[in-house]
Write a protein that binds this ligand. Structure first.
Ligand code: MN
Length: 197
């Protein structure tokens, strides 16, 4: 929710270099401190003249369009993105109810990762690949262009990889698939699972 009518830049739950070498401190500094801050500033500038003043980010994303949607969507997407990571770990795998659902639907965690990476790699231009759940708990992998979020399709967003070039260009240049396959090491599955519970 906004504070005094203003949305704030989400705080990172880890140190600026905590995600290295998967995401460098430099990328994080631009991505969080510049790109996301700009979306926050833009939305705060647009809201007073819109019908959405005082509403939650989720409500705004579900109902708005144009500039308000683009900036609100990018804030919601990045808030979910930045808070779903932790320091790199080998053999970093989901547990509990979400792990069971992934295995039941995709056959294995490996098969799920392959499908998720493929959807991220083949998304044309800028956007986001998502793992989302419907009301029955069934999982969906969706491709959303630009500021899209599966919340607009009635789904609950669980996990997302940002495929805008600003998310990886300093570290991986044009090698988007290499970036996507590395991100699994820093997914905080406790956070992602809690979104599914
Ligand atoms: Mn981004």
């Amino acid at each position: 929710m906004p504070i005094d009518g203003k949305f704030q830049l989400v705080e990172l739950p880890y140190a600026p270099n905590a995600l290295e070498p998967i995401i460098s401190a430099e990328t994080l500094s631009f991505h969080h401190g510049k790109h996301l801050q700009t979306y926050v500033n833009n939305l705060n500038g647009l809201l007073p003249d819109s019908p959405y003043n005082g509403q939650s980010l989720e409500e705004i994303v579900k109902k708005s369009e144009g500039g308000v949607f683009n900036n609100a969507g990018q804030i919601l997407n990045h808030n979910l993105y930045f808070t779903q990571f932790a320091s790199p770990q080998e053999n970093n795998i989901p547990t509990g109810k979400l792990a069971s659902a992934i295995t039941a639907q995709f056959g294995s965690f490996e098969a799920f990762k392959e499908e998720f990476e493929k959807k991220g790699a083949t998304l044309f231009g800028s956007g986001w690949v998502w793992l989302a759940a419907d009301q029955e708990g069934k999982l969906h992998i969706t491709q959303e262009t630009n500021a899209g979020n599966p919340i607009t399709k009635g789904l609950t967003p669980l996990l997302t990889f940002d495929v805008w070039e600003h998310a990886y260009y300093l570290d991986y240049q044009n090698r988007r698939p290499a970036h996507l396959s590395e991100l699994w090491k820093i997914v905080n599955w406790e956070v992602v699972s809690s979104r599914y519970e």
